[in-house]
Design a protein around this ligand. Structure first.
Ligand SMILES: NC(=O)c1ccc[n+]([C@@H]2O[C@H](COP(=O)([O-])OP(=O)(O)OC[C@H]3O[C@@H](n4cnc5c(N)ncnc54)[C@H](O)[C@@H]3O)[C@@H](O)[C@H]2O)c1
Length: 365
């Protein structure tokens, strides 16, 4: 399928997603407001990661293609620009699918409640870039969970603990967290938002195991003030869902070597899910009382982390009724929990989330 895609942001994720789109033969345009970022994409990032520059990719300033129609638009810019850019795309040239990188917005949640009604009105499917929800380890974990061998689910425990030196290695033109959104929790940086793949996968498996949405959050953050930056380097959350399922989530930007892991503990066994259990491999393991122990490894490269997401978009283009585990609604739920965790930390109390109110700070009590 020849799909015309526009990617906003010629940074780290813009390059990953451009490469994944090209793997499927899509017609790719990358835009960036910074001409240096466009040059860096062509001369350094793309050839450095994937061997050579792909001459079919068009590199332009956003204004050059502002009125051009695209079937897919991807927003791969810093989190504090996501909502304004998304609203602008939906107003001017609504694509069939709009993929907004994670985290959907900042913890201030400004204007995010406008997205669902506007996207419905213009007929755009909006997805949020929690790509690990679509990788092979997650799909197998879903299958094994659905066999029912774990019995009654008792708790979910997730840790996405990874020093962010890897992110800075991918951005050699940045000297430290204070130079980007990463160093500011309120702009969508810090461990809670930057590593929110952890929270998103917690919510995904809570949902799939019939335990619904998170309604109570108690959090302790380790906030750091450094060279003008102010961010959470460690976030520890206790979570409870609408069925009463209670579990833990830890995300940090200080752990080396990284640990990215989920455990679903049931009355009859447990299921473990890993990102990078060893370099270049994801994995799933299952132990249950009435079965032999299972383990499956998935060899992968970094580009393989993003291909399932672009494949998912292609399937939605062919079948617009297809449901999505990375929907806008789920991305908004993730943001509500992030905002609730910050409020819990600041006010030193449990915060409740009321989903009957519009998405925003007023749903947190
Ligand atoms: N899913 C993942 O695994 C993953 C991986 C990396 C980054 N991300 C997410 O992607 C987003 C971007 O991160 P990054 O590391 O690529 O950042 P980056 O700083 O490398 O790149 C962002 C680019 O966006 C450009 N930009 C800013 N405003 C713009 C606008 N209005 N129009 C066009 N371009 C604009 C900047 O000039 C910059 O070049 C973040 O939300 C981050 O969390 C996700």
């Amino acid at each position: 399928m020849e799909v015309k895609v526009k990617i906003l942001g010629a940074g780290s994720i813009g390059n990953h997603l451009a490469y994944a789109c090209r793997q499927l033969g899509w017609n790719v345009t990358i835009c960036d407001i910074d001409p240096a970022a466009l040059r860096r994409t062509r001369d350094k990032i793309f050839p450095g990661r994937y061997g050579k520059w792909d001459e079919t990719i068009r590199l332009v300033q956003p204004a050059e293609v502002a009125d051009e129609a695209f079937e897919v638009i991807i927003i791969g810019t810093p989190p504090d620009s996501h909502i304004d850019l998304a609203l602008e795309c939906l107003a001017k040239t609504p694509p069939r699918v709009l993929l907004i990188e994670k985290p959907l917005c900042t913890p201030l949640l400004q204007s995010c409640e406008q997205l669902i009604p506007i996207a419905k009105r213009v007929g755009t499917r909006v997805l949020i870039g929690y790509n690990h929800t679509l990788t092979s380890n997650t799909l197998l974990a879903e299958e094994w969970l659905q066999e029912g061998k774990l019995g009654k689910i008792l708790t979910i425990d997730v840790q996405i603990r990874e020093h962010w030196q890897g992110i800075f290695k991918a951005h050699p033109w940045i000297s430290g967290p204070e130079e980007t959104y990463l160093g500011y929790t309120q702009r969508g940086g810090g461990a809670l938002a930057e590593h929110s793949h952890g929270l998103a996968i917690w919510q995904h498996f809570a949902r799939l195991s019939g335990n619904g949405r998170i309604v109570e959050v108690s959090a302790m953050l380790d906030m750091v003030r450094e060279a003008g930056a102010y961010y959470d380097r460690l976030a520890q959350l206790s979570l409870r869902t609408e069925t009463g399922l209670t579990g833990l989530l830890v995300q940090d930007v200080i752990t080396e070597p990284a640990k990215k892991y989920l455990r679903i503990l049931g009355s009859g066994g447990y299921l473990d899910w890993f990102i990078n259990i060893k370099p270049g491999a994801d994995a799933v393991k299952l132990w249950s009382q009435d079965d032999v122990e299972r383990a499956q490894y998935f060899e992968k490269t970094r580009p393989d982390d993003f291909l399932p997401e672009i494949n998912h978009i292609e399937r939605i283009l062919s079948n617009p009724a297809l449901s999505s585990p990375i929907s806008l609604e789920y991305g908004l739920e993730t943001m509500l929990v992030i905002a609730a965790a910050i409020k819990s930390h600041q006010e030193r109390r449990v915060i409740k989330i009321d989903y009957t109110r519009p998405y925003g700070l007023e749903s947190l009590t």
